[in-house]
Design a protein around this ligand. Structure first.
Ligand SMILES: *Cc1c(COP(=O)(O)O)cnc(C)c1O
Length: 455
C-alpha cells in the first residue's frame, strides 16, 4: 500500500458489468407500493403506461441480486467512468483530524453529477422498446441536464419540467439542457391540468419537485409513444446508482482500508443508495459493522423528522402510494440553494433500511453546509454542489468527533456533483445573505396530518 496515493482509479475493464439489487438481500423487503385508487399492491405491468417496461420490472425485482448493465450503457459509462476515489489529505490537514477521509468523485461526469448513471440506463431502455419521446421533472437542473445528454446519446426527444425557482435561479442548467437539444418548461406551468390547478390555488407557487413530477407524468400519459423518467426516489434509480459503490468497493480495496462510516447527501436517496448499498451488502450478509449516514437539509428533514407512512411521490397525487419516510406530499420546503434536496419523501428501500436500523440520518443547516463546502473547495480544490455540501458537512462532523475521541476512523463520502453552475448560491453565501431556516414541529405536523386519510 502506498499511503501517499491521492487518487485511486480502476481501468476501463473494471467498470462493473452488473448493478447490485439490495432488495434481494434484505430480510425485511420494502412494503409493496399501492395503486392510488384501489390501494392494491402494484405489479410491474401496472407501471408500463408510465415507465419503460424494463425499469418497471427492475422496480419490482426482489429476487435477482445482480442485474446486468447493458453493453451500450457500459460503452457510455466509459466516457467518464471509472470515477476517481480520492483521499482528502487537504481536508484532513485543515481539520487536523486523525480520520482518513475519502471521497468518490461523481462530479467528473460530463454533466457534473452522478445523475448520468441512471439517465443513460433509462434512456437506453426506452430506445430499446421503440419509445420516441421522454419527459421528466428536474429540480436544481442536474437530472434534466443528465437526461438531456442521455436522450441525445440514444436519439430520443425530451421535454423537461423544471422547478420554477431553479429555472430562475439556475439559468445555466436550462442552457445546458437546451444545448443538448431538450425542451425546458418552468413548473408549475399552464401547459398541464396539474399545473393550472396548482397556479389557481397558489398563483406565486415557486414550484417543487412535486409539482414538476405531476406535470411530466401528465404529459407522458397523454402523448403517444412517450414515457416518463424519474431521477431519484424509485428503486430502479438506486439500482443504477450502485455503480458508484461497486467501483468504490474495489477502490477502497486498493487503499488497504475499509470505511467505518459512509455518507451521502439525501434528496430522494439515489446517490446515497449508490455509494452505500454495495457496502451495506457486507452488513446484511456478513454482519460487518459500518455506519451509513444520510445527510439531509434541516429545512427538508424527512428522515430525521418525518414519519413512516404511505404517501404519494408527487404533489398532485398522480403516482402510486409509496411506504416511506415523508413530510407529506404537499410539504413546501424553504427555498434553499440545494434544490436537489427539496423533496418530501425518502423512497421505499432506504425507508425500510432506516426503519430496521441499518442506517442513520442527520440534518444540516444551510449555513453549515456552505461553510463545509467552502472549506472543501479551499483544501481540495473542487467547488462542491450545494447538495454535496451536506455530505461534506456530515463528514466534517465525524472527522471532528474522531479527533475528540482520538480515534483513527475511515470516512467515505460521495461527492455527488460540482457546484460550478451554482455560483449564485456561493455569491449569496459569501455576501452573508444566506440564512438557516427554522422548521417548527407544527409546520411538519400540519403537513403530515393531512396524510392519515390516505391508507
Ligand atoms: C440530484 C442531486 C442530489 C440529490 O438527489 P439524490 O437522489 O438524493 O442523490 C444530490 N447531489 C447532486 C449533485 C444532485 O444532482
Amino acid at each position: 500500500m502506498n499511503t501517499k496515493t491521492k487518487r485511486f482509479i480502476l481501468p476501463e475493464s473494471e467498470i462493473p458489468k452488473a448493478w447490485y439489487n439490495i432488495v434481494a438481500d434484505m430480510k425485511n423487503k420494502p412494503m409493496p407500493i399501492l395503486h392510488p385508487a384501489t390501494k392494491q399492491p402494484l405489479k410491474a405491468e401496472d407501471l408500463y403506461p408510465i415507465f419503460s417496461e424494463e425499469v418497471s420490472r427492475q422496480e419490482m425485482n426482489q429476487t435477482d441480486t445482480w442485474i446486468e448493465i447493458p453493453k451500450a450503457v457500459r460503452e457510455e459509462y466509459k466516457k467518464y467512468r471509472c470515477t476517481p476515489l480520492v483521499r482528502a489529505y487537504g481536508l484532513e490537514k485543515a481539520l487536523d483530524t486523525p480520520a482518513h477521509i475519502y471521497f468518490k468523485n461523481e462530479s467528473v461526469s460530463p454533466v457534473g453529477s452522478h445523475k448520468l448513471n441512471s439517465a443513460l440506463a433509462q434512456a437506453y431502455y426506452c430506445k430499446q422498446q421503440g419509445i420516441t419521446n421522454i419527459t421528466t421533472e428536474t429540480g436544481a437542473g442536474q437530472w434534466g441536464a443528465a437526461l438531456s445528454y442521455a436522450a441525445k446519446a440514444f436519439g430520443l426527444e425530451l421535454a423537461v419540467y423544471m422547478v420554477k425557482i431553479s429555472y430562475e435561479q439556475k439559468p445555466y442548467r436550462r442552457s445546458i439542457m437546451q444545448t443538448f437539444g431538450a425542451q425546458v418548461i418552468a413548473s408549475p406551468s399552464m401547459s398541464t391540468k396539474a399545473g393550472r390547478q396548482i397556479l389557481t390555488e397558489h398563483p406565486y407557487h415557486q414550484g417543487s419537485l412535486g409539482t414538476a413530477i405531476s406535470e411530466a407524468i401528465e404529459l407522458a400519459l397523454q402523448t403517444p409513444n412517450c414515457k416518463y423518467t424519474l431521477g431519484s426516489v424509485l428503486n430502479h434509480v438506486s439500482l443504477h446508482q450502485t455503480v458508484i459503490g461497486l467501483e468504490a468497493e474495489k477502490q477502497m480495496e486498493m487503499t488497504g482500508e475499509y470505511p467505518d462510516i459512509i455518507i451521502g447527501c439525501f434528496g430522494g436517496g439515489s446517490n446515497f443508495s449508490g455509494i452505500s448499498f454495495p457496502f451495506l451488502r457486507h452488513t446484511l450478509l456478513e454482519g460487518r459493522k459500518t455506519r451509513f449516514i444520510a445527510a439531509e437539509p434541516s429545512s427538508c428533514p424527512k428522515l430525521t423528522r418525518g414519519i413512516f407512512q404511505y404517501d404519494f411521490g408527487d404533489e398532485a397525487g398522480y403516482t402510486p402510494l409509496l411506504p416511506m419516510f415523508t413530510l407529506g406530499h404537499d410539504f413546501a420546503p424553504a427555498n434553499i440553494h440545494a434544490g436537489g434536496l427539496r423533496y418530501h419523501g425518502a423512497g421505499t428501500i432506504v425507508s425500510q433500511l432506516k426503519k430496521d436500523g441499518y442506517m442513520e440520518a442527520v440534518d444540516i443547516p444551510q449555513l453549515e453546509s456552505f461553510k463545509a463546502g467552502t472549506l472543501f473547495a479551499q483544501s481540495e480544490g473542487i467547488i462542491p454542489a450545494p447538495e454535496s455540501c451536506h455530505a461534506i458537512a456530515s463528514a466534517i462532523r465525524e472527522a471532528i468527533q474522531a479527533k475528540k475521541e482520538g480515534i483513527q476512523k475511515t470516512i467515505l463520502f460521495n461527492l455527488s456533483g460540482h457546484g460550478l453552475i451554482d455560483m449564485t448560491a456561493y455569491d449569496q453565501y459569501n455576501a452573508g445573505n444566506l440564512i438557516n431556516y427554522e422548521l417548527p414541529d407544527t409546520t411538519i405536523r400540519e403537513s403530515i396530518d393531512k396524510l392519515e386519510k390516505l391508507v
